[in-house]
Design a protein around this ligand. Structure first.
Ligand SMILES: Cc1ncc(COP(=O)(O)O)c(C=O)c1O
Length: 471
């Protein structure tokens, strides 16, 4: 059994290294059509054994064409999910150990390493040491955990016991119109309801308007509702907008509300001294999330969730049947009680590998490099009369759109931009996505791949210009 594994593992590792070395030559976005992969996979499971040679050959022939290459240096779509070789190596070990790390006892090293690397990350971001960290599967889950904890704390832990209907006043959550859709999902799951989520307007830079926030809170109190939580975004999904944290803390303090910060993508930029000012007010924040699996070279999934009131968190989530009790329960962190999942992968290992392999200084210079590349490209886009660019540029997120003095119809111009995006992505040479801001369709280009260099960005820009000329 292990002889076969050893042989195949060597073959796979060679394939993995070749893949990473030659990834530049692949079409970034998969070009298959819907159902193309499904139709190649048997409708019934095999009743007998298949050789690994055959399985691997099918992986290459059937699966690979249906893969969009997220580690391609010309992947500029969405937010990245960049990885790195130390992270990959750690994942190999994690998979080999196959440990299920729900409790300290089920793998003490996993629990204790998680505690330590989360302290490292808190230091790297610049969070006060009143915050305690836990790894979650994603920012969506982390935000849901924050909201559920806020709900419990502000209803005297009665919602879990009696159900939400026992609350005399409906709870209300506040976020800006630029907040990620995961907030709406969390509000639904937490039983708060769409009707009690307030999307606060933003200023012209897409930052939450705090005066409107305050007015909305007052209006809700007046009609007998119970404001619960504000979710501030630090690096919005569309354009990287940053809500005015300090001003928001004044309001959350005044009305005694929970304040959660969603820095899912841009949290990594906080390692850099030039962005630390964005954290002004952080002492008054209750919970904070950022995703190493977006811009910190750590394989998906790995989301870093920090919270001050761990007792409230564990009181919200802890359910302890006899079969889960261990004798160390009072002395250790049992991360099963820090969130929704009982079963947990050993995700701290890849963080430990990544942070040690690069060191904080190199991580910072890799992040700075991305931001510099984005600023250089922004200058070129700005100088081209066929494009309009959204300013200021946030971090390494560029939003730009095709313009044409002869096209005055708003919708027609939006359609042209969608067509341009489609044509660019069909080429397979690069991958972009889009967003809508103030009713305008923008192409969105995020430069954050682990191995992206100036020549990749230049080639992408040349292709964008060529496709624009063909419109
Ligand atoms: C600002 C922001 N918050 C939350 C999320 C959700 O992150 P996840 O996919 O880790 O749940 C995203 C995803 O892109 C995001 O951009």
């Amino acid at each position: 059994m292990t002889a076969d594994f050893r042989k195949n593992a060597h073959i796979f590792v060679d394939w993995m290294a070749d893949y990473l070395e030659n990834i530049d030559s692949l079409s970034v976005k998969s070009q298959v059509t819907a159902g193309e992969i499904l139709n190649q996979i048997d409708t019934s499971p095999p009743q007998t054994s298949t050789s690994m040679d055959t399985i691997f050959a099918d992986f290459k022939q059937i699966i690979m064409p249906g893969i969009t290459h997220w580690q391609h240096p010309k992947f500029f779509a969405y937010f990245p999910s960049n990885s790195s070789t130390p992270s990959l190596l750690a994942e190999m070990l994690t998979a080999t150990l196959g440990a299920q790390c729900m409790s300290w006892q089920t793998s003490p090293a996993a629990a204790e390493l998680e505690e330590r690397v989360m302290q490292w990350l808190a230091k790297m971001v610049g969070l006060p040491d009143t915050f305690h960290g836990v790894i979650q599967g994603g920012a969506s889950i982390a935000t849901l955990c924050a909201l559920l904890t806020a709900r419990e704390k502000y209803t005297d832990f009665n919602s879990n016991q009696a159900g939400l209907s026992q609350n005399t006043k409906p709870l209300v959550v506040y976020c800006s119109t630029q907040t990620h859709s995961s907030v709406l999902k969390a509000v639904r799951i937490a039983g708060i309801g769409d009707a009690n989520l307030r999307f606060i307007d933003t200023d012209e830079d897409y930052r939450m308007d705090v005066n409107k926030l305050q007015r909305q809170i007052q209006a809700d109190i007046k009609v007998g509702l119970q404001p619960l939580c504000v979710i501030a975004v630090l690096g919005s999904t569309s354009s990287g907008a940053v809500d005015p944290l300090l001003a928001i803390t004044k309001i959350t303090q005044q009305y005694q509300l929970w304040l959660h910060v969603d820095a899912a993508y841009a949290g990594t930029a906080l390692f850099l001294s030039e962005y630390k000012h964005l954290l002004k007010g952080i002492e008054e924040v209750d919970s904070f999330v950022f995703n190493p699996h977006k811009w910190m070279f750590t394989n998906f999934d790995c989301s870093a969730f920090f919270i001050k009131d761990v007792k409230a968190l564990t009181q919200t989530f802890s359910v302890l049947p006899e079969y889960l009790r261990t004798k160390e329960d009072d002395e250790v962190n049992n991360y099963r009680d820090w969130g929704i999942d009982l079963g947990r992968r050993f995700r701290a290992l890849k963080l430990w590998f990544v942070i040690r392999y690069y060191g904080v200084e190199q991580l910072k210079s890799m992040i700075r490099h991305h931001i510099e590349l984005a600023n250089e490209l922004a200058l070129k886009i700005k100088a081209d009369k066929h494009f309009e660019i959204l300013e200021p540029i946030s971090f390494n997120i560029i939003c730009f759109r095709y313009i044409n003095a002869n096209i005055t119809d708003f919708e027609v111009l939006n359609q042209r931009n969608k067509q341009l995006l489609e044509n660019i992505n069909k080429s397979g040479e690069l991958y972009l996505t889009h967003t809508e801001l103030s009713n305008k369709i923008y192409l969105r280009l995020v430069i954050a791949q682990t191995h992206v260099e100036a020549h990749h960005v230049e080639a992408a820009w040349t292709k964008i210009q060529a496709e624009t000329a063909l419109l």
